[in-house]
Write a protein that binds this ligand. Structure first.
Ligand SMILES: [Zn+2]
Length: 311
């Protein structure tokens, strides 16, 4: 049950995070990318957490170019190498879009009774957004620029909270030191509204696990709410030679898990690729044995759980 995630510190939980509306055996919960940053809408799921990207939205950016976030270093679009974005990002003060996405989130939670998992709910990056709308609102506010940005984002998450009666899990980009100035994230204020935080630790390579462990430790310290680490198993269109190895994934899971975080969420494009990962993990008997002294038994117990399912 989803509310089990609130038993902070009691037990680690493990989730699957898929581009397919399908559950995978062997996890405590499953998440569906209902509205990814491509902007295409899926069908809300009544037995999975529903993931919704807010301002990252290619479809809407194409339909409303004047809604795209602006900065001195250019627009928040793919191809602007000052930011290297993977999708186009809208200005967060477009009132029509704000209302649309808040309604969409509310309806999804109401229809499905499932937790809402929020992505891309903040400013695109440093220097955003300097559009006419934002400049006017900022000047009228009388606040310092960075303070105004934090206020805009906190108010958006507060408004989401007001509409979502189920659990609200908020995805956080892995920048513990500068997320306030870059994205308008006010960690303390957000903690009032989110039930849990998911730290996006995506990489096609976890060769140097030390860094990922450090980030997990940083966010464990920052948030007084449940914290999940989000690792990358297989993304859409990935070259199979360029995904993380199973050894890397097991090691990084144990190293992040031992920092005291509350769980790990694994991203895969399809169920099949997730099952491939589960099988490969089960097969790494020697490594699993070695990892027993690394200080995170729950990850090893998860793989033991998979032994019975993925024959
Ligand atoms: Zn703007």
């Amino acid at each position: 049950m989803y509310f089990a995630i609130l038993d902070w510190g009691e037990m680690m939980k493990f989730g699957s995070y898929l581009y397919e509306a399908k559950k995978v055996e062997g996890f405590d919960f499953d998440m569906f990318r209902l509205k990814p940053e491509t902007g295409r809408l899926g069908i809300p799921q009544t037995d999975m957490w529903n993931n919704i990207a807010c301002f990252g939205d290619n479809v809407t950016a194409r339909a409303h170019p004047d809604w795209v976030s602006e900065s001195k270093l250019g627009l928040a679009v793919r191809g602007n190498n000052n930011y290297l974005l993977h999708w186009d990002i809208l200005c967060p003060t477009v009132s029509e879009f704000r209302e649309y996405i808040l309604n969409y989130i509310e309806e999804t939670a109401e229809q499905t009774k499932q937790p809402i998992f929020l992505n891309s709910w903040h400013f695109a990056d440093h220097g955003h957004c300097t559009c006419k709308r934002c400049t006017k609102l900022w000047k009228e506010s009388g606040l310092e620029w960075l303070e105004w940005r934090k206020k805009i984002i906190t108010e958006f998450v507060r408004d989401v909270r007001d509409r979502v009666k189920t659990q609200l899990i908020v995805a956080v980009l892995p920048d513990p030191a500068n997320a306030d100035n870059r994205f308008g994230m006010d960690y303390e204020a957000l903690s009032q509204y989110a039930d849990a935080f998911n730290i996006v630790l995506f990489s096609q390579n976890y060769a140097t696990a030390w860094y990922w462990e450090m980030l997990a430790r940083a966010f464990r310290r920052i948030f007084k709410k449940p914290v999940y680490a989000n690792f990358y198993v297989w993304g859409p269109g990935d070259d199979p030679r360029k995904i993380p190895t199973v050894d890397q994934l097991l090691k990084v899971s144990v190293r992040a898990g031992r920092t005291g975080i509350d769980g790990i969420i694994y991203l895969s494009d399809t169920v099949d690729h997730m099952i491939d990962f589960q099988k490969a993990a089960v097969d790494r008997v020697e490594l699993r044995d070695e990892l027993k002294t690394w200080g995170c038994q729950p990850v090893l117990d998860l793989v033991t759980r998979w032994e019975k399912i993925v024959k």
